[in-house]
Write a protein that binds this ligand. Structure first.
Ligand code: C2E
Ligand code: MG
Ligand code: MG
Ligand code: MG
Length: 288
């Protein structure tokens, strides 16, 4: 099109395209380097269990310590890594690191790892999960994999078989960002899912609109009735938490109100302090 428009528009149009293409190539180059130079790191966001009144799971979230651009979040690079196929190797690294980190936590805390669609289909996921668990000497039941609805809809037979293999090995599977993709309600019953994570977009209107609350309550109730445990993502305020606990039976909540994603050392400390407080509690009561 640029050519057909004549020389004038060519001069305006092509340099802009050139910059975009260059930036993309630079990003691809940097991503390959990042893997070689070990520039990826994991932060962990503790997920709060309301019934047990403690953090029972921490979600691993990948970060890229870019040599020039600083710390980048998944939004800056995951989709390109997925298109390049590089996500398979990044994902293996994430699995390995997350399991090693979880092995440092109290026995009753699990780690949740996000698995990209390509990693699930092409990455020999059952083997990489087994290797990561073995490498950390971690009980398989302490690992949860988070899949999105799009994964469940692609090649249902393969997905179902792979999920069953993982389930047989006691690795739990959660449906992430529930409610944002194409509906996979018909599969929810057949696939061995343990948990759904209701996307934070469902929290958006609950302070103001009754309809938003009804949606959140409906999704929570449906999931619970299917025997799934439920996490509500993106809880940021006390008001949201009050509304959620008043209107739903949700067991788990994740969001900035409880903790931001944090480096490993900080999460280790939070989990350790939480344990110490819990063990001090009965003693304190005896004194009163
Ligand atoms: P996700 O799996 O839904 O992870 C939750 C995202 O919500 C995280 O963003 C987290 O920082 C953010 N979040 C948590 N609580 C709150 C809150 O209260 N308010 C708001 N506004 N946001 C909150 P993050 O770390 O930027 O990750 C974005 C997405 O990138 C993740 O969404 C996940 O889909 C993907 N991702 C992260 N790590 C990995 C990874 O290791 N592998 C793959 N394949 N994808 C990953
Ligand atoms: Mg997730
Ligand atoms: Mg999510
Ligand atoms: Mg989300």
């Amino acid at each position: 099109r640029a050519k057909a428009d004549g020389r004038g528009s060519c001069r305006v149009f092509e340099p802009a395209m050139g910059v975009q293409a260059l930036e993309r190539r630079e990003l691809e180059f940097d991503l390959r380097q990042a893997l070689l130079n070990d520039e990826f790191e994991l932060h962990y966001q503790p997920i709060y269990n309301l019934a047990e009144q403690r953090f029972t799971v921490c979600e691993a979230l990948v970060r890229w310590r870019h040599p020039r651009r600083g710390l980048l979040g998944p939004g800056d690079f995951i989709s390109v890594a997925e298109e390049m196929g590089l996500i398979v190797d990044i994902g293996k690294l994430v699995l390995k690191r997350a399991c090693l980190e979880c092995a440092l936590w109290p026995e009753d805390v699990s780690v949740a790892v996000n698995i990209s669609p390509l990693q699930f289909r092409r990455g020999d996921i059952v083997t990489s999960v087994a290797e990561a668990l073995e490498g950390a000497a971690l009980r398989p039941s302490r690992l949860e994999l988070e899949l999105t609805e799009s994964v469940l809809l692609q090649d249902v037979a393969f997905t179902s078989l792979t999920m069953k293999l993982l389930h047989m090995r006691q690795v739990a599977i959660s449906l992430d960002d529930f409610g944002t993709g194409y509906s996979s309600l018909s599969y929810m019953n057949e696939l061995p899912l343990s948990k759904v994570k209701i996307d934070r977009s469902f929290l958006a209107g609950i302070e103001k609109a009754n309809k938003a609350m009804l949606m959140l309550r409906g999704l929570t109730r449906l999931s619970a009735e299917l025997g799934l445990s439920v996490v509500i993502e993106g809880v940021e305020t006390e008001t949201q938490l009050e509304l959620i606990t008043a209107a739903t039976q949700v067991q788990m909540v994740q969001g900035y109100l409880f903790s931001r994603p944090l480096p490993g050392e900080e999460v280790r400390k939070i989990l350790r302090d939480e344990r110490e407080e819990a063990s001090l509690r009965p003693a304190a009561m005896a004194i009163n």
